[in-house]
Ligand binder design. Structure first.
Ligand SMILES: Cc1ncc(COP(=O)(O)O)c(C=O)c1O
Length: 452
């Protein structure tokens, strides 16, 4: 009977002991065809595999030589043997990517991945690993690392004016995760309807609805959420920089919302990036027992970290912890400690300042280069702006973007109401890599010239 063997380098083979050279060769071929041994990967050494399978080393050596002759493996003097890559006929064809590959990107909501502070992250990781106790390799606390929560408490108070005692902070795997956890926790305390700004991101509305919330829309105007139209016990808002329209919530609206009695989920996704004047502090400070403050590392560092944090009203700490325990999927502990080190060493502030300069410069260049009939909407902040277009023009956008190889997002899918709103482009000027921005801008302007 075939058995699964795991060698010292984790090479899983369905191999029948005693099946000899032919049996072993068949097992390796099958592992390569199935993709368990991937193209380009180093295969176990002949010594390690012979030891693990308890066969003669010469058997493995001959099997590897046969498979190299057949094109499955690649051997080279003085280098480890690898699974063959392109050009080796026995390998399955690569699976085509589901999304077309675009040369340029203006997708909103993305920071420039080339600005990720690799050196700072590496240095912080070194510091963490050299000082942290062995417990950091154990299961972490459900609510998140104590060290990160204490660090965030000081940082959020200083940078965003949030009243954030560490006992109220929990760490989540991104805002996406947080919305699912909160939807469930609110349901447990009897809240089953959550309002979202109209327009807003559909993905978050879907997560809230999957967590048991009835989702409704509340309009947004030039002063932010129209609070007088809010009739739900909970609401998700982006007061510092409305996504996608880019307006800031006016002071009178902030006061009205804080006093509305609703549980407010304040999505402060890009609060660090304000270019024209003093940052607007978080709404949470006006009503810490009604407002749930949510922050994320997705814009300031990278979405792939999946790190976000919530500062909760005291009455919601236990229900949210219960929901978090039920949902699971908390972020791993080590990156939490690295983030804490980055913040407390001052490296995070320096990094954010560097990014702010870069994004501000891009925004200025984009705005200066726009044709005069297109007026950008939204305050000078964050990583995106909106260009409104008649719906008939927006309809031509996907094809134009494909022709110019630009990844873009349209405004119209973000509206919730049935009436037809003007279309537009939500232009994410943060997403391109620094050295590709000039080319991306040229392509974008040329596409706009054709379209409008
Ligand atoms: C409005 C808004 N809120 C929050 C987020 C952050 O989401 P996450 O933390 O899941 O990456 C984004 C990211 O695209 C966003 O655009």
């Amino acid at each position: 009977m075939a058995e699964s063997w795991s060698s010292s380098v984790d090479a899983h083979l369905d191999w029948t002991p005693g099946s000899g050279r032919a049996g072993l060769a068949a097992a390796v071929r099958a592992a390569i065809r199935d993709g368990r041994w991937q193209p380009g990967a180093v295969v176990p050494s002949t010594r390690a595999l012979a030891h693990d399978l308890d066969v003669a080393r010469g058997t493995v050596t001959r099997v590897y030589a046969d498979l190299a002759a057949e094109g499955y493996l690649r051997t080279a003097q003085g280098a480890p043997t690898r699974v063959a890559t392109a050009g080796a006929s026995p390998l399955p064809a690569p699976v085509p990517a589901t999304e077309p590959a675009y040369r340029w990107t203006f997708r909103p909501g993305r920071p420039d991945p080339s600005l990720f502070p690799r050196d700072l992250w590496l240095a912080a990781t070194r510091r963490v690993l050299s000082h942290a106790p062995n417990q950091v390799f154990d299961y972490g606390e459900v609510r998140g690392s104590n060290v990160l929560r204490a660090t965030l408490s000081a940082y959020l108070g200083r940078a965003r004016g949030v009243l954030a005692d560490p006992a109220r902070i929990i760490v989540c795997s991104g805002f996406n995760h947080a919305i699912g956890v909160l939807g469930r926790a609110l349901r447990e305390v009897g809240i089953t309807e959550t309002a979202f700004e109209d327009p807003s991101i559909g993905r978050f509305r879907t997560v809230a609805s999957a967590a048991g919330q009835r989702v409704v829309g509340v309009p947004v105007d030039a002063s932010g959420l129209v609070v007088s139209e809010l009739d739900s016990p909970a609401v998700v808002v982006t007061p510092a920089h409305q996504f996608p329209l880019g307006v800031t919530m006016a002071p009178a609206r902030r006061t009205a919302l804080a006093g509305s009695g609703a549980v407010v989920i304040e999505d402060d996704y890009d609060g660090e990036f304000r270019y024209d004047r003093q940052q607007v502090g978080a709404l949470q400070a006006l009503a810490p027992e009604r407002v749930i403050y949510a922050g994320t590392a997705s814009k300031s560092l990278a979405p792939s970290l999946r790190l976000a944090w919530l500062v909760l009203p005291r009455s919601l700490v236990d229900p949210v912890l219960a929901a978090l325990t039920a949902v699971g999927a908390q972020p791993p502990l080590l990156p939490q400690l690295v983030l804490a080190d980055l913040i407390s060493s001052g490296a995070y502030d320096r990094h954010v300042r560097r990014c702010r300069l870069e994004y501000r410069d891009r925004r200025d260049r984009l705005v200066a280069a726009l044709p005069s009939h297109l007026t950008p909407e939204g305050i000078s902040a964050g990583l995106h702006l909106v260009l409104r277009l008649p719906s008939s023009v927006e309809a031509g956008l996907p094809a134009a973007a494909r022709r110019h190889s630009i990844a873009l997002e349209r405004l119209s899918p973000m509206w919730m109401r049935a009436v037809e709103e003007p279309g537009g482009i939500v232009v994410g000027y943060g997403a391109a890599a620094k050295n590709a921005f000039t080319g991306a801008l040229r392509a974008f302007l040329s596409m706009l010239g054709e379209l409008t």
